[in-house]
Structure formats: structure tokens, C-alpha cells
Ligand binder design. Structure first.
Ligand code: PMP
Length: 403
């Protein structure tokens, strides 16, 4: 029987992810897919994980690895992360770190922690669809986060209050964002911080792709800039989300939150109520693999994905008709393409699938479904030659559409 009439109001904003539905259709071998947003499994550090799992399951270690453990997370992993964060200009201790089941879980917990119904969340336009999905269950209102926004903070505050709540946070992915691939400059990061200060809201810095830089110089994390200003992470309003999904392997579901201790303490309570802890053996394996191969493995990924990104950018220049534009990312997994106004990405996808090439229509990434004339192209999943062939196919489909 259907129990739909009993579902809570919040479920009305939970819709099937367009991307997940689409990915189900893409198993045919002839299709060159730029639709995914996932790492190339050929580069998972399989052997290192094999050794780590075997060690964790040895007679001496299995009693710990298969047992419940603390909600905060496995101590050696939190210590590795604290040292890693120090290299990013974020001095902190393990007490500033909570291990989560991927950064996706952290997004859900932060929605639970911060959002009452009708509170305002400032998000990028477009933004990561999974973040909207996580926040939607807490029934917020969305407003636009844009470093170039020249509205006075007072106006944003008033509009949030008229809507029945207050501004709780700005959410953004400052390095190689999903879906646009765009990176915020240091000045833009400072603006986001200053704006959050004026609005008295938190900043959620989603650093899922931070390590995957192929060109240009690293830009300090927003949390690093705030610590440099205020002298201590305990004085900071930025909540940093890290993940091993894009660097080591997403299937283990290990990510982390870095924030001031009172924020971590409340998130620990949230985690205790939700799932007690992140899988013990997965945390142990990730600690082992991160300690032994993180830097060298990330070097390999940067070489492989960097070559693919350049192949895609060159192919776009060779094959896209006049009127089509795209950004030039410096890392991550995505290139964002804009078509002339009036061309609908979803309708184009049907034609592209007939030509055996796939992408994600960009409208899905806007909180209000606007900007249907955009496309997200992923370059992490295919070797360069396949990328060039796929872009050539897409160029033909778009040219036919424009003709
Ligand atoms: N944030 C962004 C921007 C992402 O693209 C993703 C994964 N696609 C996530 C968070 C979630 O990743 P995970 O839960 O695997 O860490």
C-alpha cells in the first residue's frame, strides 16, 4: 500500500536526483559519457587498500577494526588530517576534527545543525546539487551567494526575516566547484568571509576537490584566511569539509569536518543520534593508505586528470561552433559549457544520446531550475582520445541544433 499520505511535509522537497536517474541509462559501451562526476576506478589505490585491510583484519587488529569506535573518529586518522590541514595553512588539533561518512553526510548534519524551517541558506548559482538535496530536508529558503553581489547585507537580512527565518550560512566550494569548475580568487574568498561577518552567519567551505589542482598556484582555503585574520580556529565561523572520495576512493565513505570545538561537539551529538560513528575498518584503512601513499597518489591523479582536462579544453576549441562558450578550470573534474540562450540542455541531451555522447544538463544545478542553456562536462572518466572523440560528437550535435 502507498503510505504517501503519511509522509512528513519535508519529503515534498526530496526529489530523485536527475543525475542519478541519468547515470542508470549510461551503461551502454558505445556511449562516451561526460555525465559522471566520479573518479576513474583504474586509479584507485587498490593494492594499498588490500594491504591495509589485510593488516586491519589480522588476528591482533581485527578486534578493534570490527568493533564499535568513537563518534569523533579514529584517532590516528584525525591526527593525519590535522597534519594535512596544517599544510593548507589551517593549524588545528584532532579535537577540531570529526570523521563523517563522506562529506555528503557532513552536509546533512550541517543542515540539521543550522537550519530551521524558512531559514535562509546562501548558495552559489549554480551549486552542488547534492548540497541542495541535503539541505532541502530542513526546508530552508535559498538566496544567492555571489562575491560580486552588491546588495547591502541589511537587505539580505531583511529579506531572510520577511521569509520567516534568518541567514544561517553561506555554502560554497571555492576550488574547482561542482558543477562549474570555477575557483574563487583570494579576494573573492575574503569577500565571502567579510559578508558572512556582516550577516553573522557561518561559512560552509566544501573542499571536495581541493587537492586536484592541475594548473596555477593554490589559493588559501577560506578557513586558512579566517585563521590568519583571527589568530585561532576557535574564533572562526568557517566550517571546512574535506573528503577522501576524489583522492583515494569514494566507496569507503570517509570524509571530515574541521571547525571550532563547540561546532564539532554539537556535530558529534548529531552523529551519535544518526549513525553512532563512521565505519571503523574503513577509517583504519584510509589512515593507513593516506599515511603511506596520499601525496604520491595525488601526484599521479593530477598528472592523469590534468592531461584529460587539457584534452577536453583543446577539443572544445576545435569542435564547438560559434556562440558556445566554456570556462577554463585549473583543476577538479568539470568544464562548464554555455550555449546560446533558448537552447535547452535537457532537450539537447536526448539528441546527444542518439549520437552516443552524454552530459548533465546544467539547469539541474540551479536552486530555481533556471539557466537551462548550460551543460556540465566531466573529464575524469575517459582517456584523452575518447574525450576528443566525445567532444567532436557533441560539437556536431550542437552545430546541428544551431543551424
Ligand atoms: N561536495 C561536492 C562539491 C561534491 O561534488 C561531492 C561528490 N560528488 C560531495 C561533496 C560528496 O562527496 P563525498 O560524500 O563522497 O565526500
Amino acid at each position: 500500500m502507498s503510505l504517501n499520505h503519511l509522509f512528513a511535509n519535508r519529503t515534498s522537497r526530496m526529489s530523485a536526483s536527475e543525475i542519478r536517474e541519468l547515470l542508470k541509462l549510461l551503461d551502454q559501451p558505445d556511449i562516451i559519457s561526460f555525465a559522471g562526476g566520479i573518479p576513474d576506478p583504474a586509479y584507485f589505490p587498490r593494492e594499498a587498500f588490500g594491504e591495509a585491510m589485510a593488516a586491519a583484519l589480522s588476528e591482533q587488529a581485527a578486534g578493534v577494526a570490527l568493533q564499535y569506535s568513537t563518534s569523533e573518529g579514529y584517532t590516528p586518522l584525525r591526527d593525519w588530517i590535522a597534519a594535512h590541514m596544517a599544510t593548507l595553512g589551517v593549524p588545528c588539533t584532532r579535537d577540531n576534527i570529526l570523521i563523517t561518512a563522506g562529506s555528503q553526510q557532513a552536509l546533512d548534519y550541517l543542515g540539521k545543525l543550522l537550519l530551521d524551517r524558512n531559514d535562509t541558506a546562501l548558495v552559489g548559482w549554480p551549486t552542488y546539487l547534492g548540497a541542495l538535496g541535503a539541505f532541502n530536508a530542513y526546508e530552508p529558503r535559498y538566496d544567492r551567494l555571489d562575491p560580486a553581489d552588491n546588495r547591502a547585507p541589511d537587505q539580505i537580512v531583511t529579506e531572510a526575516s520577511v521569509a520567516g527565518g534568518r541567514v544561517k550560512f553561506s555554502y560554497l566550494s571555492p576550488d574547482f566547484a561542482n558543477p562549474t569548475g570555477i575557483t574563487l580568487s583570494e579576494a573573492e574568498r575574503r569577500t565571502v568571509l567579510a559578508r558572512a561577518e556582516a550577516l553573522d552567519c557561518a561559512v560552509i567551505e566544501d573542499a571536495a576537490y581541493q587537492s586536484l589542482r592541475y594548473d596555477g598556484d593554490p589559493i588559501p582555503a577560506i578557513l586558512a584566511l579566517e585563521i590568519a585574520q583571527k589568530g585561532d580556529i576557535e574564533a572562526c565561523r568557517t566550517i571546512y569539509l574535506g573528503s577522501f572520495s576524489k583522492t583515494l576512493a569514494p566507496g569507503l565513505r570517509v570524509g571530515w569536518v574541521v571547525a571550532a570545538k563547540p561546532v564539532i561537539a554539537q556535530l558529534v551529538l548529531t552523529k551519535q543520534a544518526a549513525d553512532l560513528q563512521t565505519a571503523t575498518i574503513n577509517q583504519i584503512a584510509v589512515a593507513h593508505v593516506a599515511t603511506s601513499v596520499f601525496d604520491s597518489h595525488v601526484e599521479t591523479l593530477r598528472a592523469v586528470y590534468g592531461e584529460r582536462m587539457h584534452a577536453m579544453l583543446d577539443a572544445l576549441a576545435d569542435h564547438m561552433p560559434e556562440g558556445v562558450t566554456w570556462n577554463t578550470p585549473e583543476g577538479g573534474m568539470f568544464v562548464w559549457v554555455s550555449l546560446p540562450n533558448g537552447i535547452d540542455g535537457k532537450a539537447l541531451l536526448q539528441k546527444a544520446l542518439a549520437a552516443n555522447v552524454a552530459f548533465v544538463p546544467g539547469g539541474a544545478f540551479y536552486a530555481d531550475g533556471s539557466n537551462a542553456n548550460t551543460l556540465r562536462l566531466n573529464f575524469s572518466m575517459s582517456p584523452a582520445a575518447k574525450i576528443v572523440e566525445g567532444v567532436a560528437r557533441l560539437g556536431k550535435v550542437i552545430s546541428a541544433e544551431l543551424a
